[in-house]
Design a protein around this ligand. Structure first.
Ligand code: ZN
Length: 344
């Protein structure tokens, strides 16, 4: 598991809010070329790897997304602070207090800051705890001596500059992994590690398999393009959602039976369950109520495939997330078992 954790740490260290993913794509291309693959950069910015299998007439697609939640500069305020516009879906309280970087397009430099509600100082604002967090009162306090709009603009900052959040990745000696963006960099790390293993051990997969690292998942249209006409199965590897009524936990792999887009393919799901049982992989079936994946995006875009979704259990998703190395391991095992199995 250590290699997968190393890939994960590397991936979370590279900022990649949706729309600002060139850095992470560059890393993937470099790493994959180093492993001996010929990655393809798609027009959209994703990175695909085609691994030719024993049967080249029917293809598989497996995806993980490397884009994350983030924000953009919405406006420069009269006091020199910044208003934010969200990139991806999350409530404002999930980023309150987080350190951030403003990626200044005009200079290529970054300016650090912290995301706060305007009424944060409890010694001044009676409603610091209760005021509703909205786009109007959330702001970036820049680590620069600025007190007005002009001084902030002199840093080169303008509307549309991307803002990334500090991932704060920590792996504890009890095996917990705490970080932002485990959704979906855990899955990307797993796919990278499987590609490493297949190359190093000269594994021939049963079918030609397209590994897709997508970059627009958080806004709903990630890997819904570049699908080969031979594709018959499409597996999205993405986080398992935890909470009340959820069976998913931080120690097993979660197999999604249905999300907001509707049910996943029944035979495909049962195939994954059978593989888990045969290989003694700990799994949980679950429904993710407010969720869509690259697989469901592909279906909506007209893909004619069987589709499925599985992933590691991620606690407090879209906030400061957590999982355990056990869940990463079970997910790694199930994706591997699937890629080496016969078609559904
Ligand atoms: Zn995700």
């Amino acid at each position: 598991m250590q290699e997968t954790i190393n890939y994960l740490k590397k991936l979370t260290s590279i900022v990649s809010p949706t729309g600002y993913t060139k850095g992470v794509a560059d890393y993937l291309v470099e790493e994959l070329e180093g492993l001996g693959y010929n990655p393809i950069r798609t027009n959209k910015g994703g990175v695909n790897v085609v691994v030719v299998g024993k049967d080249n007439s029917k293809h598989r697609v497996v995806t993980a997304h490397v884009d994350t939640l983030g924000a953009m500069v919405r406006a420069v305020k009269p006091d020199g602070r910044l208003k934010l516009a969200k990139v991806g879906g999350y409530p404002w309280n999930m980023i309150e207090g987080e350190n951030c970087l403003v990626h200044v397009a005009s200079t290529g430099k970054t300016v650090s800051g912290t995301i706060l509600v305007h009424q944060t100082s409890t010694h001044v604002y009676r409603d610091a705890g209760t005021v509703e967090r909205t786009e109007d009162n959330m702001e970036v306090r820049l680590d620069a001596k600025v007190t007005n709009e002009k001084e902030t603009r002199e840093l080169g900052i303008d509307v549309g500059d991307f803002i990334s959040f500090d991932p704060r990745t920590i792996v504890t000696d009890t095996g917990f992994i705490k970080s932002r963006f485990l959704d979906d960099k855990v899955s990307a790390a797993i796919l990278l590690d499987l590609l490493r293993i297949y190359k190093e051990e000269n594994v021939e997969l049963p079918y030609t398999t397209h590994f897709m690292f997508s970059v627009f998942e958080e806004v709903g249209h990630g890997a819904n393009s570049s699908l080969p006409k031979e594709a018959v199965e499409y597996l999205a590897v993405d986080m398992g959602a935890m909470g009340d009524d959820q069976q998913t936990d931080e120690y097993t792999v979660s197999i999604c039976v249905k999300d907001a887009s509707g049910p996943y393919n029944y035979e495909f799901r049962n195939h994954l369950v059978n593989l888990a049982k045969e290989n003694k992989i700990e799994f949980k079936l679950d429904i993710y109520p407010y969720y869509g994946s690259d697989a469901s995006a592909a279906m909506r875009a007209g893909a004619e495939v069987k589709h499925a979704l599985l992933g590691a259990g991620i606690e407090s998703s879209h906030s400061y997330e957590r999982t355990h190395v056990d869940s990463v391991e079970q997910t790694h095992k199930l994706v591997n078992a699937y890629l080496r199995s016969s078609l559904v």
